[in-house]
Design a protein around this ligand. Sequence first.
Ligand code: ZN
Length: 213
Amino acid sequence: MNSLAVASTGTFWSGEEYDHWIQEFEKRRAEMQQRGTQAAHNALLRLGKRERAWRKQYIHTVANEIVDEAVDHECDVIVFEDLTDIRERLPHADWHHIWAFRRLVEYVEYKAPDCGVAVEQVEPDHTSQRCSHTDCGFTHKDNRDGEQFQCLKCGYEINADYNGAKNVGLRYMRKRQHRLRSSPTSGSADAPVDVRINGGTLNDDGYRPTADS
Ligand SMILES: [Zn+2]
């Protein structure tokens, strides 16, 4: 909602700076359009070019940080929500935000393999309404109120975007476990699969804090 990205590890990439600069570019553009001269028109073209370069650079930086976060936590995969239907799911979203989300996935997909990290996507259905607390999973639209998530069943309270990030990880974990079990040739059916979360890991047996926290 207010973040460009949120990782299950508890790291947030705020959208504030991005929004601030997009607004600054828009103000400058409006000023130049009012002038209406040829010089202003040329300046407008240069401004558009600078803005596009700035946006790309900004998203590249966030993408690099997301890949670093995965490497630091020894993750072998980064999972995103599938953004195919994002326009339908977020009908009021600014096109700058949709653009940013899509580019972010693209850039991470491009950079992560060089660091030995795969990139996957999962269905986005109800990841924001589902309770990510161990053994709960209660799903209801009223669990979420803007930035705040509070489970109507178990009372678990958490930032709504962070709750969604955990659910994306959990969904992928279950998908991968299912795939390992149903593939007789994989030979790694017992390979542990878990989600790195803030201060520990989460798997089907529950939450495990990291040794040093
Ligand atoms: Zn719950």
